[in-house]
Design a protein around this ligand. Sequence first.
Ligand code: IPE
Ligand code: IPE
Ligand code: MG
Length: 239
Amino acid sequence: MDKNLKLPSHIAIIMDGNGRWAKKRNMPRAFGHKQGAKSVRAITTACAELGVKYLTLYAFSTENWKRPEQEVGFLMKLLSDYLDKETKTLIKNNVRLMTIGEIDMMDPHLCKKLKDVKKLTSKNTGLKLVLALNYGSKREITRAVRSIAADVKNKKIRVSDINEELISKRLYTAGIPDPDLLIRTSGEIRVSNFLLWQIAYSEIYVTDVLWPDFGKNNLMLALEEYSSRERRYGGIKAK
Ligand code: IPE
Ligand code: IPE
Ligand code: MG
């Protein structure tokens, strides 16, 4: 890798386009999801090797429950298989698994498996792989508002204690720095209820490449583009 490349510490990805990838091949959508899981492996490994600190992957949204039961079931099974097969590799690569979203509302077996793998990898010091599961940013913010309001009511905090830092601490992402780079595959130019608070100043990169086709070479192109961007945060160009 080019030494002058500025590496983001946190990359967040909206993994999109599995269904279209399968449709192009006259295959069922499930085939696209299966292939998409291979991209998850490739990109996780690449990020671990590059020294990226956080990789957040949008895997299942609060809106994705609207899909046919069969597709939802397939996605859950895929996640379960991923955990069975991949835990060894995560440990070997010093990757720590984390989740954001309401996993307690998912299948109890799957939820337990997720918690076990999170615990097993909790001491790993390399890449933090954050899976967004049953995640919705509006729900996340609503929960935060409720918990803060309850604390005010119980006199644990005062209204004047509410600031951006406190709000950040009440989100699922508490303790995780905001993403530097947000990637969305498959050409859709929208955020689909993902990390609305946290992407306030993220650099956004949208590619037409469908998620099952997204490999390390595509990641490197996104990183080159990120590296060439000037982040001003509302200020003016640095001299
Ligand atoms: C992304 O691919 C995977 C999930 C949302 C779980 P899609 O399934 O949304 O694929 P398209 O957008 O229909 O092509
Ligand atoms: C966003 O993709 C959710 C995930 C990648 C998990 P969708 O395919 O669900 O989003 P929309 O419906 O195109 O906005
Ligand atoms: Mg989609």
